[in-house]
Design a protein around this ligand. Structure first.
Ligand SMILES: Nc1ncnc2c1ncn2[C@@H]1O[C@H](COP(=O)(O)OP(=O)(O)O)[C@@H](O)[C@H]1O
Ligand SMILES: [Mg+2]
Length: 247
């Protein structure tokens, strides 16, 4: 057996957001109040002292209620967001599929978005052109590929996003509720692609509300609640702790 190789390491990671305390009607009103220093900001810790070690080849699940901090955690790992405190160490190239449509531009066509996303993942125009037929075949967008993304259904956006992010085997794949909007057939294709990646050492971090998916796909899981890890370890144990709490 090869030694466990730590690819994602979070040390005492905390994230603080600031948001205006009261709803502000317009931007003009906001600007005026800001100048008068009347905007009171509410500080909010979305993550509190998170420690995590994830090993090469694991599929790591994150469960928890809406607003628990799951997406914030994935953004920190994807380096879209810097933590307020703590350290994030990542070994390997990350392909993030964050909230639906993140990284996509609504006015660009599906095809243009493939090039945009492919280059964000670090691939050249030539490489993307070579992969394009395979990406289109996987995403099954058909007649819509030259239409602007804003006319796509959420399922189509998810299919295109997954197709681009996984056209090249990533070392670390981040999936934020991506599979939830896909149909059965598409999910089956995603699972088989994920199986192939895992066999080659890809590490996957996924957030889902589908406990069956977490149970069947993940090797370990954590339960996040109000920015704090309440349970971590074997998937079945973490799911039953979460369910026990919800009742
Ligand atoms: N940019 C932001 N500014 C202020 N608060 C935010 C921001 N993003 C998320 N939050 C808040 O942080 C908390 C955690 O959000 P999130 O990580 O999206 O949770 P989850 O993905 O588990 O539903 C929520 O209460 C949310 O309202
Ligand atoms: Mg979320």
């Amino acid at each position: 057996m090869s030694a466990l190789f730590n690819v994602i390491n979070l040390e005492n990671v905390s994230v603080r957001y600031r948001a205006p305390e009261e709803p502000i009607g317009s931007f003009k009103e906001y600007a005026i109040q800001l100048l008068r220093q009347r905007v009171r900001m509410k500080e909010f810790w979305a993550l509190n002292n998170i420690n995590l070690e994830i090993y090469r080849g694991e599929t790591f699940g994150i469960i928890g209620r809406n607003g628990a901090g799951k997406s914030t955690l994935l953004k920190v790992v994807s380096r879209v967001l810097a933590p307020t405190n703590g350290r994030v160490l990542i070994h390997g190239q990350v392909a993030p599929l964050l909230e639906l449509g993140a990284g996509f531009h609504p006015e660009l066509t599906g095809r243009e978005n493939v090039f945009l996303n492919g280059s964000l993942l670090g691939h050249s125009q030539r490489e993307i052109t070579q992969h394009l037929p395979e990406i289109l075949d996987f995403a099954q967008i058909d007649g819509f590929i030259d239409a602007p993304l804003r006319v796509y259904s959420s399922g189509m956006v998810a299919r295109l996003g997954f197709a681009v992010a996984t056209s090249w085997r990533p070392e670390i794949l981040i999936l934020d509720e991506v599979l939830a909007v896909g149909d059965e057939e598409f999910r089956a294709k995603c699972y088989s692609r994920m199986d192939g990646f895992r066999a080659n050492g890809t590490t996957i971090m996924l957030v889902s509300h589908d406990m069956n998916l977490v149970q069947t796909q993940c090797t370990r899981a954590v339960w996040l609640e109000q920015g704090t890890l309440l349970a971590s370890g074997a998937v079945a144990d973490v799911i039953s702790a979460y369910r026990g709490h919800a009742d």
